[in-house]
Design a protein around this ligand. Structure first.
Ligand SMILES: Cc1cc2nc3c(=O)[nH]c(=O)nc-3n(C[C@H](O)[C@H](O)[C@H](O)COP(=O)(O)OP(=O)(O)OC[C@H]3O[C@@H](n4cnc5c(N)ncnc54)[C@H](O)[C@@H]3O)c2cc1C
Length: 309
C-alpha cells in the first residue's frame, strides 16, 4: 500500500502488523525473498493479485521500528511529525504470497529487489529498504501496515467484466505482483506480458494456468535508454493474432517507462485509456521519501496515488 499525505488508510481496511523475519532465500541475481511471521499476522488478509503494503524501516543505527502511535486514525500525523532523524522510513512492497503453515502459523513473502547494494547494476544513493533486506536475518523485526480485509484498495488489479485479454508490463519491482496476478488467473485467460529484468537469471517464470505469452526484456546494464528498449520490444512483438476486443492492461514499474508504455497502448494500439491500470512503483533518481514529499506538497496530481511516482 502506498500512503499519501491526503489519504491515510481507512481504519477498517488496514492496520499495523509486527513482522519477524523467519528466513531469506535468494531467487535470482536481483531478488531476495524475505519470509515474515509473527502472531499478529493471524489478522493479515491479503487480497492477492498485486496486494501491496507499507513497511516501516528502523532509522539508521536503530534495531527496531518505533512509532509514536499505531492507532489507525492518528498514526500518519504522528509519524509525519517525528524529527527526520528519528522517523522510520516508509516503503511500499508487494505481498508476494500469504499462507498458513500446517502448524497453523501465518507467513507472508516479500520479494525485494536488491538494487544499489552492489548486487545489481543499478546504482542508488541510499536505498534503505534494499539495504535492510540485504541484511535481513531471522529474528529481525519490522512494522508493516497492511490489509485487515481482503477487499481493499491496495489491490489495484481490477479487470472489468467483459475483459477478453490481459496485457501486462512489469519491471523487476513489479514482477512479484505480476507473478502473483498470473498465479490467480483462471485457466485459459489470454495474457500478453512484457517483463523487464536486469539480468538473465532474474527471469523468474511465474506459475500460471492462464494462456500466457511472455516476452522477457533483459536489460543487462542499459541505463536511461531502458524505456526505448521496452517500447521496441512491445512494437516488435505485436500480437500476431487479431487484437482482443476488450483488453485490460496492468502496467507497473519505473514511472517514466510505465507512462511511455501506457501512451503506446492508448495511442498506437487504441486501447481504451480507462482499461489501463498503471502504477509507478519507483522513479529513476528519486527516493520514495522524495516522492512522498512531492505528493505531500501537492505537486503530484493523482488518479491513483502510486501512479504519480
Ligand atoms: C505498490 C508498490 C509495490 C511495490 N512492490 C515492490 C516489490 O514487491 N519488490 C520491490 O523490490 N519493490 C517494490 N516496489 C518498489 C519499491 O517500493 C521501490 O523500489 C523503493 O524505492 C525501494 O526503496 P529503497 O529504500 O530501496 O530505495 P529509495 O531510497 O526509495 O531510492 C533510492 C534510489 O534508488 C532508486 N531506486 C529505487 N528502486 C530502484 C530499483 N528497483 N532499481 C534501481 N534503482 C532504484 C531511486 O530512484 C533512488 O534514486 C513497489 C512499489 C510500489 C508503489
Amino acid at each position: 500500500m502506498t500512503v499519501t499525505a491526503s489519504e491515510a488508510p481507512a481504519a477498517a481496511h488496514f492496520r499495523f502488523f509486527d513482522c519477524e523475519v523467519l528466513r531469506t532465500r535468494r531467487l535470482g541475481h536481483s531478488f531476495l525473498r524475505v519470509t515474515f511471521g509473527g502472531e499478529s499476522l493471524a489478522g493479515f488478509r491479503s487480497g492477492g493479485f498485486d496486494q501491496s503494503l507499507s513497511l516501516f524501516l528502523p532509522p539508521p543505527g536503530r534495531e527496531h521500528t518505533v512509532l509514536p502511535s499505531t492507532d489507525e486514525d492518528t498514526w500518519f500525523g504522528a509519524w509525519r511529525a517525528m524529527p527526520e532523524a528519528e522517523r522510520p522510513v516508509m516503503r511500499s512492497y508487494t505481498v508476494r504470497a500469504q499462507r498458513r503453515t500446517p502448524a497453523g502459523a501465518d507467513e507472508i513473502d516479500i520479494d525485494f529487489v536488491l538494487h544499489g547494494t552492489g548486487t545489481s547494476a543499478a546504482g542508488a544513493a541510499d536505498s534503505p529498504a534494499a539495504r535492510w533486506a540485504g541484511q535481513a536475518v531471522p529474528g529481525r523485526r519490522i512494522l508493516a501496515i497492511g490489509p485487515a480485509v481482503a477487499q481493499n484498495k491496495s489491490v489495484r488489479f481490477q479487470p472489468p467484466p467483459g475483459t477478453d485479454a490481459i496485457w501486462m508490463y512489469a519491471d523487476e519491482t513489479a514482477l512479484p505482483a505480476a507473478a502473483a496476478i498470473l498465479e490467480r488467473l483462471p485457466a485459459g485467460t489470454a495474457v500478453r506480458a512484457w517483463f523487464e529484468v536486469p539480468h538473465e537469471d532474474d527471469r523468474l517464470a511465474p506459475a500460471t494456468r492462464a494462456d500466457a505469452d511472455i516476452t522477457w526484456i533483459v536489460r543487462e546494464g542499459a541505463g536511461r535508454e531502458r524505456t526505448g528498449r521496452v517500447l521496441d520490444a512491445l512494437r516488435s512483438t505485436a500480437t500476431a493474432t487479431a487484437a482482443p476486443a476488450a483488453p485490460y492492461a496492468w502496467l507497473a514499474g519505473e514511472a517514466g517507462t510505465v507512462r511511455a508504455v501506457r501512451r503506446h497502448l492508448v495511442q498506437e494500439r487504441s486501447v481504451d485509456r480507462r482499461a489501463v491500470r498503471f502504477t509507478g512503483y519507483w522513479r529513476l533518481g528519486a527516493s520514495e521519501e522524495e516522492l512522498l514529499a512531492e505528493a505531500y506538497a501537492g505537486r503530484a496530481a493523482s488518479e491513483d496515488p502510486a501512479s504519480e511516482l
